[in-house]
Design a protein around this ligand. Structure first.
Ligand SMILES: *Cc1c(COP(=O)(O)O)cnc(C)c1O
Length: 236
């Protein structure tokens, strides 16, 4: 399978969506006294077909977020090597470790020691190092994956010995809300957790989605994961 040709009308729609998001990112950076190039936009293409990836590439996007490993694998295999950076932003089961190792530019959802062991072993046998973020359940919702904030530093310490994982930072999903100001304390807590992290070279903070990315940027996000604000609503 290969990437289809990009449809012109779809490229135009995505360029408009990107322009709008970049503009809002720039204003949020300005309010926070940050440079615009400090924040990476990951376009979340989950559930969208390969046509959307082709159009987004034509519109200039380079970073793509997928939450299902098999979907990420299928899309990565259809894309010429070195063209897209695929971010695995959803929960991963240990028996899918191979997919993260082979195809993920950055794995955002490391949340257990058992998974870390599986990834570390698999990365070692494939001669790779996997860049990872630890997912923190900062909103403490029982339905969400992630390490509780109070256990995050202890968890990070146990990861120090995993030589084939490069722990670059933290990721979170804030509680869903119609009022982004409400989740500011959650984002601020993430920044504090990162600042006090016990491992070196942890500089990445992946937080903020379509509904709350401006607040996330104001609170220090280095990667925002934005789907519907660029690509429109998802059907399923
Ligand atoms: C779907 C998803 C997003 C993007 O959500 P939007 O509201 O469409 O921007 C971000 N992060 C994760 C982990 C997701 O699963």
């Amino acid at each position: 399978m290969a990437l289809p040709d990009a449809a012109k009308s779809q490229v135009t729609a995505i360029v408009a969506g990107l322009d709008n998001v970049y503009e809002r990112m720039a204003r949020a950076c300005q309010r926070a006294g940050r440079r615009a190039n400090e924040v990476t936009l990951v376009g979340v293409t989950k559930t969208f077909p390969l046509e959307t990836i082709a159009a987004a590439l034509a519109a200039g996007l380079q970073d793509f977020g997928e939450n299902r490993p098999q979907e990420l694998e299928a899309k990565a295999r259809a894309t010429p090597p070195g063209v897209c950076r695929y971010h695995l932003i959803g929960h991963l089961q240990r028996n899918k470790a191979r997919i993260a190792i082979r195809y993920a530019h950055l794995f955002h959802a490391l949340d257990s020691l058992r998974l870390a062991d599986a990834l570390n072993q698999r990365a070692q046998s494939e001669g790779r190092v996997l860049p990872c973020l630890v997912q923190v359940n900062v909103s403490a919702e029982s339905t969400k994956f992630g390490v509780p904030p109070a256990e995050t530093h202890r968890f990070l310490e146990t990861l120090a010995s995993k030589e084939h994982l490069r722990i670059q930072g933290l990721m979170t999903l804030a509680a869903p809300t119609a009022e982004p100001e409400e989740v500011r304390p959650q984002f601020r807590k993430m920044r504090q957790l990162l600042a006090a992290a016990p491992l070196p070279e942890m500089t990445t903070l992946s937080m903020g989605m379509s509904g709350d990315f401006e607040v996330a940027i104001e609170e220090g996000a280095t990667h925002i994961r934005v789907g519907s604000a660029i690509f429109g609503p998802r059907i399923h």
